[in-house]
Design a binder for this molecule. Sequence first.
Ligand code: LBV
Length: 326
Amino acid sequence: MTDADLLSPQYLGGPTVDTTNCEREPIHIPGSVQPHGVLLVLSHDLTILQASANARTLLGLDPDELLGQPLGHVAEQREVQALRRFLDSGGYAGGQFTSTLRFGPRRELDATVQRSGDRLLLELEPRDPDTSSEFYHVIKNALSALETAPDLASLTQRAAEQVRALTGFDRVMIYRFAPDDSGLVIAEAKQPELHPFLGHRFPESDIPRQARALYVQHLIRLTADVNAAPAPLVPVLDPESGQPVNLGGAVLRSTSPVHLQYLRNMGVGSSLSVSIVQDGRLWGLISCHHTTGRVISQPTRSALEFLARVLNLQVKAKLEQEIAQF
Ligand SMILES: C=CC1=C(C)/C(=C/C2=[NH+]C(=C\c3[nH]c(/C=C4\NC(=O)[C@@H](C)\C4=C/C)c(C)c3CCC(=O)O)/C(CCC(=O)O)=C2C)NC1=O
């Protein structure tokens, strides 16, 4: 089975996707994750049911050494107890729990935990050693810039500039959806030598219905490297239910192969987008491109989500201001 086979929806019995049926691609059940992290699927009592094939890269153990093991047998007990307390407290319904988990003396990892049905998704990523104190100044300045913007145009332009300062992506755009779900680039901050997308309009099919629906539920997604071979789940289906696990909210979820080709055709090496949601509808996206692959650490993603939530509130205020002026 080639890497390309792993990513095709047929891998899990899905439809053959081409440019005529984009919205039928089951992007929430790719059966694999991006290889810059490791995914463990846990039962409610924290037993490991599935593990991504690349588990050894971060945990020093292969899937067959992990499957059936209680998490506490492979990770630091004290931190697992903190996770257990979060879960026993009811956890944040639909939210994510972020923490640090140690899998042995030199394996301190960033952990993101969220529910998926009656399973838990535990996603593990290497810690970013150079998250400096300067990071916090960037966040503070970004918040001030957003909160003092006089109108919608300056708010979205400042948002593009601040997200670029925080993430270092070569290009950051603010993409606004029209009533027909086509999109328009209304703000942009980029490397000077890159051709502008500002003012460009894109068809509805560029971000199909099921993707837009997913993006209302889950605010952020990163494609760290459009050329990376995905790490399949082992076993690929939940051993108890026989069903594929829903990775819709997983930070490591493998990106649609059709979209990966779209990004390659654009000369993009990595892509990050953050949803702008108004009244339960996807109003727009902060869409970021980097010419090469790029991983954004969990703390930076958390800061980005925080900024996006502030931007959502500021966009709402500016839209209400515009209506009040008529
Ligand atoms: C400058 C303008 C600009 C635009 C317009 C743009 C589009 C864009 N598409 C996105 C996602 C997807 N598109 C498709 C499918 C198709 N797209 C097509 O054109 C046809 C051929 C097609 C199927 C036949 C699918 C399945 C997904 C979900 C991917 C996933 O989440 O797994 C995203 C969000 C993800 C990201 O951040 O990169 C963006 C931002 N990105 C830009 O920068």
